[in-house]
Design a binder for this molecule. Structure first.
Ligand code: NAI
Ligand code: PYR
Ligand code: MG
Length: 378
């Protein structure tokens, strides 16, 4: 198959869809790979590193999209990229469609086969192609929160870990999944006073076993949320209902009552955000203030540490990218019931139920959509 790797163009996004090592695997499987010039510069992989493993460098994204059958990216395609998609393209990347009507409409119109990293399922549960970036974002969330607490940033001037004789900052993590667990690791490591809320008792049980008595675990009710959010110095929003828009757990009214100079870090912003006052920000202007509360809502947090993030992402995505290239999208997806839920849009149809429900489209089961294409082609 002909594989294309364009340079990412989202604000301060330095990751790349395939590392040179991944390209080498693709080529060893008999595929051809075209890479846009400088696509790997953010991870320290120059054009020569891609050429050394057999890739061909192209000057523009347009040439990459023109030559490729499958496009491997990191972030959801931006409008200019969506305009280059064709019905015969396979697009393999993060999509986060539920909160993004414009992107969804463009992908439907393109007729392309669009497979989202974030809805592929794992054999041991969870979301294996989201997990590595959730690990990174969870760890970064506490660093971002600690920086935003500084006076200069509009924060209250609390040092997150305190010092002997002065209390540490209170970090409240809402959602104890992958982002949550990694935020907890960092916050405890920095010496903060840490509480996690989740609505699944088993999640709290696992976290309690992992972190012991240094972590406060709380079952998430409206009352508990309000109590802990109002006392917090930093709140990390880390909830997820797979594929769906994030529930708005902290209302604008609660934000008004938070401590002046406290900080909200909405990691769930890529699914629309779990605080009512959240709006997506970028690495070049990551925070804004509402009612004296600092908001950090960067939708591509791992893009700030592209070396760690790209390698972690490729470790998870490469086997799936190889399956798509080796077998074609229909066969690769239909043969693997855990990969199949990754299909979000196919030939103009929405094949992820949570996206269809969120945006008011008809839902077509992914297997049905793929088999209909096979039948039409036969
Ligand atoms: N901004 C960014 O750069 C990045 C954002 N993310 C996002 O972070 C979010 C979290 O991802 P993961 O930790 O991987 O998900 P996960 O599925 O591992 O964990 C989510 C947790 O939220 C809990 N939850 C769901 N609804 C809840 C509610 N109403 N109240 C309390 N808890 C609730 C679940 O029980 C689960 O434990 C996702 O939206 C993901 O896309 C992930 C990576 C990067
Ligand atoms: C998961 C995601 O949105 C990211 O890594 O940018
Ligand atoms: Mg206030």
């Amino acid at each position: 198959m002909r594989i294309g790797v364009p340079k990412e163009i989202k604000n301060h996004e330095y990751r790349v869809g395939l590392t040179p090592d991944s390209v080498r695997e693709m080529i060893a499987h008999g595929h051809d790979v075209w890479v846009e010039t400088q696509a790997g510069s953010g991870i320290g992989a120059d054009d020569a590193a891609y050429e050394a493993v057999g890739a061909t460098i192209l000057a523009t994204a347009r040439e990459v999209f023109d030559v490729a059958q499958m496009i491997v990216k990191v972030k959801e395609p931006q409008a200019v990229e969506r305009a280059m998609l064709r019905p015969d393209h396979i697009l393999f990347t993060y999509l986060h469609l539920a909160p993004d009507g414009d992107q969804t409409a463009d992908l439907v119109k393109s007729g392309a086969t669009c497979i989202a990293y974030e809805t592929v399922l794992g054999a041991r549960g969870g979301l294996p192609l989201l997990a590595p970036m959730s690990q990174v974002a969870g760890r970064l969330s506490v660093i971002a929160g600690a920086k935003a607490l500084e006076k200069e940033a509009g924060g209250s001037g609390v040092l997150i870990g305190g010092v002997p004789g002065v209390a540490a900052g209170k970090v409240v993590v809402i959602g104890g999944g992958v982002v949550g667990a990694h935020a907890i690791t960092m916050a405890l490591g920095l010496g903060a006073d840490v509480t996690v809320l989740d609505r699944t008792v088993d999640v709290l049980d696992d976290l309690s076993k992992t972190f012991g008595s240094s972590l406060r675990t709380v079952y998430s009710t409206k009352a508990a949320l309000e109590q802990y959010v109002l006392e917090a110095d930093v709140v990390v929003g880390a909830v997820l209902v797979a594929g769906a828009a994030a529930p708005k757990l902290v209302t604008a009214e609660m934000v008004k009552r938070m401590k002046p100079g406290s900080v909200l870090v909405d990691v769930a912003i890529d699914q629309g955000g779990c605080f009512e006052t959240s709006k997506a920000t970028t690495h070049s202007d990551p925070t804004y203030i509402v009612d004296e509360v600092v908001h950090y809502c960067v939708a591509n947090m791992p893009g700030a540490v592209p070396r760690t993030s790209t390698y972690a992402l490729n470790n998870a995505t490469l086997p799936f990218a190889l399956a798509l290239a080796d077998k074609g999208a229909e066969k690769a997806l239909l043969e693997d019931p855990l990969f199949l839920p990754g299909l979000n849009v196919h030939k103009g149809q929405i094949t992820c139920e949570a996206v269809a429900v969120a945006l008011g489209y008809d839902y077509v089961e992914p297997a049905t959509a793929l088999k209909a294409t096979n039948a039409a082609a036969a």
